[in-house]
Design a protein around this ligand. Structure first.
Ligand SMILES: Nc1ncnc2c1ncn2[C@@H]1O[C@H](COP(=O)(O)OP(=O)(O)OP(=O)(O)O)[C@@H](O)[C@H]1O
Ligand SMILES: [Mg+2]
Length: 247
């Protein structure tokens, strides 16, 4: 059982105040839906939790199992069990996907395995995602289609089996079959030791990967929290009622 706590978090990007006092607690076994209109701080929250240097923590704290992680590097946070599937995954020219997967798996383990030793797992993960094996030989995300990049993020998640998965708009850009396959893979994550925070704009996706909790961010603050009824209300009514709450 693990706990991620965000306490009264204020985050700036280039001196612009983006998050203005976010509180959130996520326990193993929970799936948290994070919704909110464009540009209101969802990705900022996930990037700040993961430790992206551009996202400056002004005050507040982020704790994993009671220990503050805000002084930790991205690398250390990753080893502590945090994982971010990015809204816009980065391209790494010159590094093959296979080499990259080997590197991240080894970085999370005391054993240093050769590619042959983990190839079976990578192949199985790729097959479960209906991800063409040729994509493994290419440079990370280089020339990948939008949907291929998203599947590649989930392949990394599957190889690392994180404790806290932060998943940013994984459904955007996926065709209907890919959406089905990605949802199925997320539903296969063992929630007894894992938790997810999932950003999506769409009820359609949360019908497939059902949240236990839902939150709405408006102007850098979580203004309402609850269960799936929030996702459904946003689907039918939009955000005007939440914006009223934020006033
Ligand atoms: N380098 C920057 N300089 C100034 N403002 C920035 C910078 N980077 C991001 N922002 C602003 O931070 C705000 C929050 O952005 P964020 O990416 O967290 O939004 P979001 O809720 O994830 O939106 P979306 O649903 O469109 O993905 C936006 O207004 C964005 O323009
Ligand atoms: Mg975003």
């Amino acid at each position: 059982m693990h706990k991620l706590e965000i306490k009264d978090l204020y985050v700036n990007i280039e001196d612009k105040e983006i998050l203005k006092g976010v509180n959130l607690t996520v326990n193993s076994g929970e799936i948290h839906a994070l919704m909110g209109p464009n540009g209101n701080g969802k990705s900022t929250l996930l990037m700040a939790i993961m430790g992206h240097p551009k996202y400056e923590i002004i005050s507040g704290d982020i704790l994993v199992d009671g220990e503050s992680i805000i002084e930790m590097s991205v690398d250390e946070r990753s080893k502590a069990g945090l994982f971010l599937a990015m809204q816009n995954p980065q391209t790494i020219p010159g590094v093959s996907n296979l080499e990259f997967l080997k590197y991240i798996v080894n970085a999370h383990s005391d054993e240093k395995k050769k590619l042959q030793e983990i190839f079976k797992d990578i192949k199985q993960g790729a097959n479960e995602l209906d991800f063409d094996l040729n994509m493994l030989k290419r440079f990370v995300n280089d020339g990948f289609s939008g949907g291929e990049k998203k599947k590649n993020e989930i392949l990394q998640l599957k190889m690392l089996n994180p404790i806290f998965s932060l998943i940013d708009e994984i459904d955007s850009g996926l065709d209907v079959d890919a959406l089905e396959v990605v949802s199925k893979n997320l539903n296969q994550v063992d929630l007894s030791t894992n938790a997810m925070v999932i950003v999506s704009h769409y009820d359609r996706f949360f019908k497939k990967v059902q949240p236990t909790h839902a939150h709405v961010i408006i102007e850098g603050k979580i203004v309402t929290s609850g269960g799936n009824e929030i996702v459904e209300r946003i689907n039918t009514e939009g955000y005007s009622w939440v914006k009223e709450l934020a006033k």
